[in-house]
Design a protein around this ligand. Structure first.
Ligand code: TRP
Length: 475
């Protein structure tokens, strides 16, 4: 059975794939703009604390449980926590939901890459970032075609399986991404006026925390576990393919550290450039930072602009793809495990195709909506009378269900299940299974998973709901 499931080719392959999953739009798009909007340095500090006390702890638990059972999220909860099968089911539904908008955002990056490439070759681009973005969003057909291309690529990788598909793509993609990111950072921090951006990121300033502590906490918390691919069965799934020889705690440390470094690097690539070329307003411009502000930044560089534009959007595309394949794999693994349970030979190719088609169909609605530009959310909202406007946009609504509700709820339940039902000692057993890796930080782990994580997650959950619905509980 072990063989029909497959395994990672090497520990470094596992690491690159897990880092590939973690490093995505969350880091390169979400982190800089959320940091821009939530007080720069103060946000960074809260983020770092949460990454160590919550992210690191949950990830150790996920990888251990996955490796222990040798099954994906659904199978793991079914086996270890009787009566909590539905938490596993949730961990399969949420990746599906996330993928319906993640693939559209990935498609935007692909389109931007081609636009910059076209500009490089033919100097045809004569629009501002805002006009370009608007034109793209109000062309539903184009967005759907790019979403299709994104999902087709995703299919081609995931159908190859763990070692020959996912691992191979990450082993090439991740180092390439790192190199391109360094190139863009060098350009960004050497622009005249970039130092304002650096000051905003790194000069101590705790004012924003005094104004709205829970707000910053919940945005940083939501960002942290989205960025680390937590609470959605990814790390359970990837852990289930990991060899018993490997050191889980060290691997987790490397993944969390790399993801955090890339987020800060993305901040360095984006914020100083935004400050230099558009001032503070540009840096605080929110979600449109990546597609409007930065496009203008590249345009203002003259001849070399499209080169940086092409490199930058290609790197974001790679980051999005390595994350998208992990989300798709969670669902594929569930299918493979179910076949094994029933004694059937799994057909990975067919299953992957079905999953990708379902995602594409859902994504088509979000692509056609164009972040609300084409008004497809409004009739739905009117007929249901749902609370919160979700910016009149399908993407925001789906994001609320996934990132705002189900993910923090999943993480909260997970910490309670591991801390109080399965017991943290099971994690210790798995970490130390072959006798060579001692779980030195076990005391820290046990305390965090039992007490700190559930409390923090409860606050983050309420804060997320508050933020998405604009209830104003904390402000
Ligand atoms: N971590 C990725 C990012 O930062 C997104 C992602 C991949 C994800 N897999 C996930 C988010 C699982 C939540 C759950 O963009």
């Amino acid at each position: 059975m072990e063989n029909s499931r497959g395994n990672w080719g090497s520990n470094i392959g596992f690491l690159l794939a897990a880092i590939g999953s973690a490093v995505g739009l969350g880091n390169i798009w979400g982190f800089p703009y959320k940091m821009g909007k939530n007080g720069g340095f103060a946000f960074l500090i809260i983020y770092l604390i949460l990454a160590v006390l919550v992210g690191f702890v949950i990830m150790i638990a996920e990888i251990s449980l996955g490796r222990k059972t040798g099954k994906g999220a659904f199978g793991t909860y079914k086996e270890l926590a009787k009566g909590f099968k539905w938490v596993g089911a949730m961990a399969v539904i949420v990746p599906l939901l996330i993928m319906t908008f993640y693939s559209v955002l990935g498609a935007y990056c692909m389109e931007y890459m081609f636009v910059n490439l076209g500009d490089l070759a033919f100097h045809t681009l004569n629009m501002s970032g805002g006009d370009l973005f608007g034109a793209m969003l109000t062309n539903p057909f184009g967005c759907i075609v790019y979403t299709f291309l994104f999902m087709a690529l995703c299919f081609l990788i995931v159908k190859g399986g763990i070692k020959d598909g996912i691992e191979k793509f990450n082993v090439v993609g991740m180092p390439t991404l790192a190199i391109m990111l360094v190139i863009v950072i060098i350009r960004s921090v050497t622009l005249p006026g970039a130092s304002e951006g650096l000051k905003f990121m790194f000069a101590p300033n705790f004012e924003p925390l005094k104004e709205n502590f829970i707000g910053v906490l919940s945005v940083a918390g939501g960002q942290m576990f989205f960025s680390l691919s937590l609470a959605m069965g990814i790390m359970i799934t990837y852990g289930s393919y990991l060899s018993k020889k490997e050191n889980i705690v060290r691997n987790t440390g490397i993944i969390v550290l790399s993801d955090t470094i890339v987020a800060i690097m993305a901040g360095l690539a984006v914020l100083p450039a935004a400050f230099a070329l558009g001032g503070e307003d540009a840096a605080m411009s929110g979600p449109k930072l990546l597609f409007i502000t930065l496009q203008d930044v590249f345009a203002s560089m003259g001849q070399i602009g499209p080169i940086f534009g092409t490199i930058f959007y290609l790197l974001v595309l790679i980051a999005a793809m390595t994350s998208a394949i992990s989300l798709t794999e969670v669902i594929a693994t569930m299918y493979v495990d179910r076949c094994a349970e029933k004694g059937k030979e799994p057909n990975r190719m067919k299953a992957t195709a079905v999953i990708c088609v379902i995602i594409f169909l859902g994504a088509s609605v979000i692509a056609a909506d164009g972040l609300g530009s084409n008004g497809m959310w409004v009739p739905f909202q009117n007929s249901l009378g749902v609370v919160g406007s979700f910016n009149d946009c399908w993407l925001d609504f789906v994001d609320f269900i996934a990132e705002g509700l189900l993910m923090p709820l999943g993480a909260l339940l997970m910490s309670i299940i591991v801390g109080w039902i399965i017991g943290p000692d099971k994690v210790k057993e798995e970490v130390e299974i072959n006798g060579t890796h001692k779980f030195a930080a076990y005391g820290f782990f046990k305390f965090c998973i039992k007490f700190f994580v559930p409390v923090a997650m409860a606050f983050i959950l309420v804060g997320q709901v508050d933020g998405f619905l604009g209830l104003g509980i904390f402000s």
